[in-house]
Design a binder for this molecule. Structure first.
Ligand SMILES: Cc1cc2nc3c(=O)[nH]c(=O)nc-3n(C[C@H](O)[C@H](O)[C@H](O)COP(=O)(O)O)c2cc1C
Length: 150
């Protein structure tokens, strides 16, 4: 059981995959005892965000399929409310080639004050397994941080 009890997922989504993944991540974290809500970057749940110890930020991969990938509509993500002092994790959904999208998302979230502890790229054709893998890694990373600081 983690010391983190509240989290939020904030996502940017064009056609719904990243939103769907965000809802699934929130349900999965909640199932493991971390009360989590998911909301779009254009209407973040500010009350939940202020309570959250962990902020998960998701976006889709925008690029030319072979190069130039970045988080979709990244200007919205760059306006994320400041999250100083909170843990963070990032994810993206993609079709074929994610490039350096996760690193770029990590940089954006770090610039908003988040302490990014992990990231994962979820293939849009495998949302369910991707979400399971990401949340599993996230939970064990939270666990090992707590053991290390105990
Ligand atoms: C304009 C545009 C550019 C895209 N570029 C890439 C790309 O370079 N690589 C890739 O793997 N997927 C690319 N995709 C696919 C999306 O990243 C993928 O479908 C994602 O799951 C969409 O998330 P959403 O449904 O939340 O918008 C692109 C999609 C769009 C609309």
């Amino acid at each position: 059981m983690s010391d983190v009890t509240n989290a939020v997922v904030i996502y940017e989504s064009l056609t719904g995959n990243t939103a769907m993944a965000g809802q699934m991540i929130a349900a999965e974290l909640t199932r493991y005892g971390i009360e989590t809500t998911a909301s779009p970057i254009t209407a973040p749940d500010l009350e939940a965000l202020s309570k959250a110890q962990l902020v998960v930020v998701g976006s889709w991969v925008d690029g030319l399929f072979l190069f130039g990938q970045k988080p979709g509509r990244d200007w919205r993500l760059k306006k994320l409310p400041f999250i100083d002092g909170k843990l963070a994790a990032v994810y993206c959904t993609y079709a074929l080639e994610k490039g350096k999208t996760l690193d770029k998302l990590d940089t954006i979230v770090t610039q908003r004050g988040g302490d990014v502890i992990g990231g994962y790229a979820i293939k849009r054709s495998e949302l369910e397994t991707g979400v399971e893998e990401f949340t599993g890694r996230l939970l064990s990373s939270l666990d090992s941080r707590e053991k290390a600081s105990a």
